[in-house]
Design a protein around this ligand. Structure first.
Ligand code: ARG
Length: 474
């Protein structure tokens, strides 16, 4: 059958026949998504080829039409990759641009590609295909960051630092243990993304505009060709909901929240007041006025960019909340926040995976900070408990010992045994405190004593690293 002259290849719009005048220039610019959805071009082609292959297999189009579509798409892909594709704003979006070019290249076969399909199921398919690949790359980079944390933690399994609560010195911990806390957070982030990928990886194609299609299509076949785990089970849902993208952004925001916490610590540790760590100059910047400055711009920016990823999540949640079934043009607004969240976490991950192995530690400064602030006071209380004192009484006794130290301006370990016994309000004749207490009053004794799964003892840190390396290999 020959086709009418006013088709997509000749006219500027897929739906022009219905309209009596061209769209206003402002409206054209306002409604076009071309400047951002161009990045879906290659997945759009992949989706179209899988659809066309199915149409041919089901005898909805001829084999020769499919071969022509394949050839035309190969040419278009080449043009896009070479930057030679002539994108036309008037053609609204990536889908119509590619279809129009295809028809120009191969004629009527190009016009048959859209049989049994709508841009509604097409775009939903494209986003899912695109996001799936991005998640896979993000998981690779996340593994690199987690491995970097493990390597640093192994190096510093016995390096002592002050652990903080309320940003005040609380109890000594090992730097390895501290880094392993982030390993755990990033591992849960990886699990969330892996889980999210399963729901991303479902095929919308076949839903057509909203109600499905009357052609004898084979959705399972298309799903298999494109590597989807299954097909979306309801056509209205398939074309309209973007919960898979929202879920991704939620996982991305959570990841950034973790990066931001780590960043905050890096910034503190790098400040000369802490002086715990250093970073190579290539990860820092200077000040245009203060020649002495070396600023931790990377962690500061990561902390700042956490806000924009939170914004991307809120944008998508808000975009979706008022939409009646099924597709509404609102959904075109799903792309920029999603792209932004992907780009932000991808870049952040790469730079952190490069930077973490470069963190150098000033062990003496960390250790002497752990010796400040009576960080082993709990160890003394625990010691008294083990000698039979109820914990509340031990807590009170140690508080008196701390008070004495404040008066004398010294550490708990600087007190003589006699002073310690007296300050704790103990009978000097009883042997409730022995000389062995001084081992525990040292940060090293303190960390070694916390020797259980999840504890800060170097032995436990090494065991945690070993478990982590085994599960990373899976
Ligand atoms: N550019 C559109 C989007 O991103 C494609 C789908 C258009 N569908 C429609 N019925 N106007 O959502």
């Amino acid at each position: 059958m020959s086709s009418p002259k006013n088709s997509l290849a000749n006219k500027s719009k897929a739906w022009s026949g219905r309209f009596a005048e061209p769209v206003a220039a402002l409206v054209q610019a306002y409604t076009s998504s071309l400047h951002f959805d161009q990045r879906l071009a290659l997945v759009d082609i992949a989706g179209s080829l899988a659809h066309a292959e199915m149409l041919a297999a089901q005898k909805i189009i001829s084999k020769s039409d499919f071969l022509a579509i394949q050839k035309g798409m190969a040419q278009i892909e080449k043009e896009i990759l070479a930057g030679k594709f002539d994108w036309q704003l008037a053609l609204e979006d990536v889908h119509l641009n590619i279809e129009a070019r295809l028809t120009k290249l191969i004629g009527d076969a190009g016009k048959r590609l859209h049989t049994g399909r709508s841009r509604n199921d097409q775009v939903a398919t494209d986003i899912r295909l695109w996001l799936r690949t991005e998640i896979d790359q993000i998981l690779v980079d996340l593994k690199r960051l987690r491995t970097a944390l493990l390597d640093q933690a192994e190096k510093h399994a016995a390096t002592i630092m002050p652990g903080h609560t309320h940003l005040q010195v609380a109890q000594p911990v090992t730097f390895g243990h501290h880094l392993m806390a982030y390993y755990e957070m990033f591992t849960r982030d990886a699990q969330r993304l892996t889980d999210c990928r399963r729901r991303v990886n479902q095929l919308p194609l076949g839903a057509a505009a909203l109600a499905g299609t009357s052609y004898p299509i084979d959705r399972e076949r298309v799903a298999k060709t494109l590597g989807f785990e299954g097909v979306c089970q309801n056509s209205l849902d398939a074309v309209s909901d973007r919960d898979f993208a929202i879920e991704f952004c939620a996982a991305a925001a959570m990841f950034m929240m973790h990066v931001s916490r780590l960043s905050e610590e890096l910034i503190l540790w790098l400040s000369p007041r802490f002086g715990f760590i250093d970073l190579p100059d290539r990860f820092c910047t200077g000040s245009s006025i203060m020649p002495q400055k070396k600023n931790p711009d990377v962690p500061e920016l990561a902390r700042g960019k956490t806000g924009r990823v939170n914004g991307d999540l809120i944008a998508l949640l808000t975009l979706m909340k008022g939409q009646p079934l099924a597709y509404n043009k609102d959904n075109q607004e799903d792309k920029e926040p999603l792209f932004d969240a992907v780009d932000t976490i991808a870049q952040t991950l790469q730079i952190f995976a490069d930077m973490v192995p470069q963190i150098s530690v000033n062990q003496e400064i960390m250790l002497s900070a752990a010796e400040e602030g009576f960080a082993t006071a709990t160890d003394l209380a625990d010691y008294l408990v083990k000698k039979g004192m109820p914990f509340r009484d031990a807590h009170e006794s140690v508080a008196h010992a701390v008070k004495l130290c404040v008066k004398k301006n010294c550490a708990l370990s600087d007190l003589s045994l006699a002073d310690l016994i007296k300050a704790c309000g103990l009978n000097p004749k009883s042997n409730s405190i022995d000389k062995d207490v001084f081992t525990l009053l040292s940060p090293k004794g303190s960390v070694h004593s916390r020797n259980h799964i999840g504890g800060t003892a170097p032995k436990q840190v090494l065991a945690a690293i070993k478990r982590a390396r085994t599960s990373l290999k899976k």
